[in-house]
Design a protein around this ligand. Sequence first.
Ligand code: DAH
Length: 344
Amino acid sequence: MQGLKEQIEALKKQLNEALKAVSSSRETNAIHVNFLGKKGSITKLLGEIKKLSIEEKRTFGPLLNKFKKESEEFIQKKYDDLFNQEIKHQNLKKENFDVTAYKTGAIKGHVHPYTKIIEEIENIFLSMGYEILDGPEVETDYYNFTALNVPENHPARDMYDTFWTNLPNTLLRTHTSPIQIHAMENKKLPVAVAATGRGFRHEATDASHDIMFMQCEGFLVGENISLANLFATAKKFLRALLNRDDLNIRIRPGFFPFVEPGVEIDMECPFCKKGCSVCKKTKWIEIFPGGLIHPNVLKACKIDPEKYSGFAFGFGLTRLAMIKYGINNIRLFHSGKMKFLEQF
Ligand code: DAH
């Protein structure tokens, strides 16, 4: 039975080599299965004992059993060594946890499209000499309506589906126009202000309407301010924001209680020359409502309409962001979806 001895030697060598190559405790388990599992090569060799004569059994039986035992110990030792090393390594990692360590390939934060467009809008207005202001989102009836020439029971209040609070005469502002009143009450003339912020309206939501949206309000009050100043400002602003030096605007009459005359400024569709889905095949996009500030609004802010005049505008910043970035569903803005945000 010389062959058996050689087989033992060959297996010993194989096992040695296999154990040399492992680098984790887990891998030694696989080696155990390969050599000592039910179908393992050492187990198979032990099965051969049955075929031996009594004489041979006496010689090879103990030899094989010894080999089996040694192999088991050998694998176990390798497992223990690697396992201890792994634990040590893990503890070391815990002790030396570095909160400032930079992990390459980690998920980076993204700028929300609102943040991005607000920054651009503010920079454009700052470059034109405007002051950037903010205002409260919870307003009184007076600032949201009355001071803006929308008295109680005026039908124009129906234009705004208002969220009223439990407090008397208190609401979530339906537009950013009340910022005009706060500023005109407090600032010295001439004044030029741009303000971005949220507006709230109680309306059914769809792909282009949400109960919360962003607007940008702007106005300028001084002496001899005319509609021409408004048109020039709108054109300059839209051209800068959309990076189109040749973008044209057109003007139509519009109605808002706080301006007289009121206008709707449309811009040429920046996406097509012939009409597309964004401009609804009209080549124009209605984007920039405004007008000359109504004398009643100036009077409410103790400004003499005989001496001063001003223009105001208030455009949907959400809508402009959708056009600028090609966003087709308003709900994406507050969806928190990384796939959406990762594009910005
Ligand atoms: N506040 C108006 C709205 O939300 C928009 C607006 C129109 C603001 C004309 C203005 C303006 O300042 O002059 O519908």
